[in-house]
Design a protein around this ligand. Structure first.
Ligand SMILES: [Zn+2]
Length: 250
């Protein structure tokens, strides 16, 4: 699986797959620079971005530090790697990003050549990138994880949401700041400039994706019933876990 899709003249998506789990990154092309939104799983498959980016300077941005978003960096000729301050802290913690990679490498020999690349530049609340003809607004959105960020490209009306929104449902963790997550998504819902929403998992769409995730999070937080489609084993387990954790989260 190495599915490159041209969504707009200067926006591509790229998908990788491991164990039936699919993850999506994006490539945004400005005149002089390209942003690679997550490097996904396989360094060798990330080479596909080089053809798309041509001789533009490569700026890699991590939506967050979870394993399926950050492993493909090591063979790319990047100029810098940007992540939230907490994302860098996760790379510095031997029990977090590094341990997960070790655990997977013990199980899958195809992953043995991966070495981690931590963010070389971090920010706290907001950072604006100038790609030449396009700008990207990176905004902290703690929710699924504390180091989560989203990227808005105003000229394209496109919001890259990482794992902050997911269909059929997002994954809530024991340290997810749920109220903050919900408030941030509600604010994006009110933003008329957002036309296209691209999550890392599940179908791409529009602000309905944000609305649906928000409604789901509110329902599990308040222990209200919610109508869901038929869930596969993975999402059924995630839903049960979400329901048990969410009511107790801040
Ligand atoms: Zn993910």
């Amino acid at each position: 699986m190495n599915l490159v899709e041209k969504m707009m003249p200067n926006l591509f998506t790229l998908e990788h797959e491991l164990d039936g789990m699919q993850v999506r990154g994006a490539i945004v092309l400005g005149n002089t620079r390209a942003m690679i939104w997550d490097t996904l799983i396989y360094p060798e498959q990330m080479q596909a971005v080089l053809d798309i980016c041509g001789n533009r300077e490569l700026i890699i941005v991590y939506s967050h530090g979870d394993w399926d978003h950050v492993w493909g960096t090591c063979t790319l000729p990047y100029q810098k790697v940007i992540g939230h301050k907490r994302c860098k802290a996760r790379f510095d913690d031997p029990d977090d990003v590094a341990k997960t990679l070790k655990d997977y490498q013990a199980k899958y020999s195809a992953l043995i050549n991966i070495h981690l690349v931590a963010p070389t530049e971090t920010f706290e609340d907001r950072l604006e990138l100038d790609l030449g003809s396009l700008t990207v607004e990176l905004c902290h959105l703690p929710g699924h994880t504390l180091d989560g960020i989203v990227a808005f490209i105003p000229e394209l009306g496109t919001l890259l949401v990482g794992d902050a929104c997911e269909t059929p449902l997002p994954l809530v963790y024991e340290d997810s700041p749920l109220s903050q997550w919900i408030t941030a998504l509600e604010n994006w819902q009110k933003n008329p400039r957002v036309k296209t929403v691209i999550p890392s998992h599940g179908p791409t769409g529009n602000l309905d994706l944000v609305k649906n995730t928000t409604a789901y999070l509110k329902a599990v937080k308040d222990e209200n019933p919610i109508v869901l489609p038929d869930l596969d084993e993975f999402y059924q387990a995630a839903h049960e876990k979400n329901k048990s954790i969410a009511p107790h989260l801040p």
